[in-house]
Design a protein around this ligand. Structure first.
Ligand code: CTP
Ligand code: MG
Length: 231
């Protein structure tokens, strides 16, 4: 059944889904690869659409797959699909340009984080609603981290207590994200990085293990397992 989005919601979610998935190995673009029989993008959009504040979803699809993605998502939720770009940042910019007037909170969420629970979408949006210009979900870093030189010689041990691993959705006051993209220079993999460069404070909220990014075959296997255990 197609989900209904909330016409009174204040959140637009941009879903960059135009990447090739090189690290996942040969095959279709990553967002279209199957996880438990359904494309990663279907899993991702279904969970976004289940978040009650979401008014609009804009997907940036691989340029050759726009029609296929529209057809694929039509039974899942009402979404706008635009062609993505060569870099993630260009895909996000294309999706941002397609957001209609209305939502004043914009979240950017990787299709590759296909099992992200709806409550994380809500908690990031709520922090923006509470007055934070830019909000990122984070987890503590569990491994010991070493800095090394080009020959793999250890230069030192980094203080892990001050480090965080960053996930998506990343949330922004709309005008802040628009300004950051307008003045974007080098391509970054992270929208909060663009906002940081503007000198704007970025706030952390607790992330979720389920928001893992499916990057390598191991992650896909882990996601399959998590789905069989109820994710
Ligand atoms: N993405 C995008 N447009 C691009 C590159 C990436 O929309 N030109 C999206 C991906 O589809 C993904 C998210 O950005 O949902 C995070 O990127 P990543 O995990 O690196 O995915 P890929 O770029 O597809 O993977 P790889 O780097 O292994 O090729
Ligand atoms: Mg990539």
């Amino acid at each position: 059944m197609t989900a209904q989005l909330n016409p009174r919601g204040d959140v637009a979610v941009l879903v960059p889904a135009a990447g090739a998935g090189v690290r996942l190995g040969p095959g279709a673009p990553k967002a279209l690869r199957l996880l438990a029989g359904e494309p990663l993008l279907v899993h991702a959009v279904r969970r976004i659409a289940a978040a009650p504040s979401v008014h609009t979803i804009v997907v940036a699809a691989p340029a050759t797959e726009v029609e296929a993605v529209r057809a694929m998502l039509a039974p899942v939720a009402p979404v706008t699909v635009v062609p993505g770009g060569a870099e993630r940042q260009a895909s996000v910019a294309a999706a941002l340009a397609a957001v209609p007037a209305g939502p004043e909170i914009v979240l950017v969420h990787d299709a590759a984080r296909a099992l992200t629970p709806p409550h994380l979408v809500e908690s990031v949006a709520a922090a923006v609603r509470d007055g934070h210009d830019a909000v990122i979900p984070v987890l503590p870093v569990v491994d010991t981290i070493k800095e090394v030189d080009a020959t793999e010689r250890v230069l030192g041990t980094v203080d892990r207590s001050a480090l965080r691993a960053v996930q998506t959705p990343q949330g922004f006051r709309r005008s802040v994200l628009v300004a950051a993209h307008r003045s974007a220079g080098d391509a970054l993999t992270d929208d909060a990085g663009l906002v940081e460069k503007q000198g704007i404070a970025v706030t952390c909220v607790p992330g979720s293990e389920l928001a893992l990014k499916i990057t390598r075959p191991f992650d896909l296997a882990l996601a399959e397992h998590l789905l069989t255990t109820g994710a």
